[in-house]
Design a binder for this molecule. Structure first.
Ligand SMILES: Cc1ncc(COP(=O)(O)O)c(C=O)c1O
Length: 404
C-alpha cells in the first residue's frame, strides 16, 4: 500500500514552484461547497474582485482558468486566434517558443522573432515588426524564467492598440512580484499561475481580459446544446477549437448566469483567494520591494562568492537570478548536494543554457531574508566542498549588509 505520504521539508529556491505560504495551504483544507451554493458563488465573486486589485484593472473580467499557468495561455490563444490569423511572438526564452507552439496548434499564421537568450526586445524592434506585419495578436512573456529576463511592456500595449492588434501577456512568473498595471499599459489578456510570486501551489491560472478581448471571445460564443438561457446571443465568429479552454464559456460560468461548464476546482479557488489576500494585506508595493530586496541580497551574495551573473542584468527579473556555473564545477552535483545535505532546491536550465547556469528563485513566500541567507550559506559550503576557492563567509555577510 506504500508508506504514508511524507515529502521532505524542502526549501524550493528554483524558478517555481516555490513553497506555498502556509496560509494558502490552510485555506485549501477548508470544506468543499457545491458549485451553485450561494456561498460558493460569493467566493467566486470575491476572487474576481481580489484579482481586479492585483491586475490593477477596472475592466470587467478577471477569473481563474482551472489548470496550471499553461492552461490559461492555451485558453487565451485558443479563444483569440481564428484560423489563419497573423500572430507575432517575440521569443526571448523557452516560454516564447511555447506560445509559438500553441498559436500554431490554433492554426495561426505565426511569425516568431528571436533574440539571444539573456536579452530583451527594444520597443523600436517590436514596432519595426508590428508595423508591416499588422498582426491580429501579439503574444509575449512578461518574465521568462528560462532566461530570467523581464521584457519591458509599457510601450507595447500602446503600439498594439495603434496597429489594432490584441496583446496577450504571459505573466506566469511575474504577477505579484513585479508591477503589472494592465489598464495603464493597455494589455488585452494577461494570465498567471499561483506557484510563483503568488505563493500558492500550481493548478490555478488567474486571468484578466480587457473589454476588447471579451468582445472578440464573446463574438465566438457557441453555447453547449441545452444550456443556452434566454437573452444569450450566439457569436457569429468561428467556434473556439477547445471546449475546456473556451473563455466565452468560462466567462458565462463565472458570470451571474452561472452557466454550467467545468466543475470549479474549489480548493484551488480557495488557494487563489488566499494568495491574493496575503499580497493585498501586505500591500502590492511592499511585496514588489520585498522581491527586489531579496534579489539584491542574493546577487550581492553570489558576487561576493566570486560568481558571475547571467544575461543583461538591467532587465533581470527581481524574482529569478541566473548565475554561471563556475569553470570545473559539476552543476548537477552541486544541485544534488544542496538537496541531500540542506534540503534546498535550486534550478537547472533549458536549451542553450543547459549545464551553463543555475537559476535561483526568490519569489512569493520564499522572497525572504532567511531563505536567501540559507541558500547562500549552503551554496558556499557545497562549492567549497568541490574545491572551489572562495572567500568563506563573504556571501552571507554581503546579503546581510543589503538587509541592514
Ligand atoms: C513564463 C512562464 N510561462 C509559462 C509557464 C508554464 O507554467 P505551468 O508549468 O504552470 O503550466 C512557466 C513555468 O515556469 C513560465 O515561467
Amino acid at each position: 500500500m506504500y508508506e504514508d505520504l511524507n515529502p521532505a521539508p524542502r526549501l524550493l529556491m528554483g524558478p517555481g514552484p516555490i513553497n506555498a505560504d502556509p496560509r494558502v495551504l490552510r485555506a485549501m483544507s477548508a470544506p468543499l461547497l457545491g458549485q451553485f451554493d450561494p456561498q460558493f458563488r460569493e467566493y467566486l465573486k470575491q476572487v474576481s474582485e481580489l484579482y481586479h486589485a492585483l491586475f490593477h484593472t477596472k475592466n470587467r473580467w478577471t477569473l481563474l482558468v482551472d489548470g496550471t499557468a499553461r492552461s490559461a495561455i492555451e485558453a487565451a490563444l485558443a479563444s483569440l486566434i481564428e484560423q489563419g490569423d497573423r500572430v507575432l511572438v517575440p521569443v526571448f526564452g523557452r516560454f516564447g517558443h511555447l506560445k509559438v507552439e500553441i498559436a500554431k496548434r490554433c492554426a495561426a499564421e505565426v511569425r516568431a522573432i528571436e533574440i539571444a537568450w539573456g536579452t530583451v526586445f527594444t520597443p523600436e524592434r517590436l514596432e519595426k515588426e508590428i508595423k508591416p506585419l499588422k498582426p491580429k495578436i501579439v503574444a509575449v512573456s512578461h518574465g521568462d524564467t528560462s532566461t530570467t529576463m523581464a521584457q519591458p511592456l509599457e510601450a507595447l500595449g500602446k503600439l498594439c492598440r495603434a496597429h489594432e492588434a490584441l496583446l496577450y501577456v504571459d505573466a506566469t512568473a511575474t504577477l505579484g512580484g513585479m508591477d503589472l498595471p494592465v489598464d495603464a499599459w493597455q494589455l488585452d489578456v494577461v494570465s498567471a499561475g499561483l506557484q510563483k510570486c503568488l505563493g500558492g501551489p500550481s493548478g490555478s491560472a488567474p486571468t484578466y481580459l480587457h473589454d476588447r478581448a471579451e468582445k472578440r471571445t464573446v463574438g465566438r460564443r457557441h453555447t453547449e446544446h441545452r444550456l443556452r438561457v434566454r437573452g444569450m446571443e450566439e457569436g457569429d465568429g468561428s467556434v473556439i477549437g477547445s471546449n475546456y479552454f473556451d473563455l466565452a464559456m468560462i466567462m458565462d460560468y463565472w458570470s451571474e448566469k452561472a452557466l454550467n461548464h467545468h466543475t470549479e476546482a474549489t480548493s484551488m479557488l480557495y488557494a487563489a483567494r488566499e494568495s491574493a489576500r496575503i499580497l493585498l494585506q501586505e500591500g502590492l508595493d511592499k511585496a514588489f520591494a520585498r522581491h527586489a530586496r531579496a534579489s539584491q541580497a542574493l546577487v550581492a551574495g553570489l558576487k561576493a562568492m566570486g560568481l558571475e551573473l547571467f544575461g543583461d542584468t538591467a532587465h533581470k527579473m527581481p524574482n529569478v537570478t541566473g548565475v554561471h556555473i563556475p569553470e570545473g564545477v559539476d552543476g548537477e552535483r552541486v544541485r544534488r548536494a544542496l538537496l541531500e545535505h540542506f534540503n534546498i532546491e535550486i534550478g537547472t536550465s533549458f536549451g542553450p543554457l543547459h549545464g551553463r547556469i543555475w537559476r535561483i528563485g526568490t519569489m512569493g513566500y520564499n522572497a525572504r531574508e532567511d531563505a536567501v541567507l540559507a541558500t547562500l550559506g549552503a551554496l558556499e559550503a557545497v562549492l567549497a566542498a568541490q574545491n572551489l576557492n572562495l572567500p568563506r563567509g563573504a556571501a552571507v555577510d554581503a546579503a546581510l549588509a543589503v538587509y541592514r
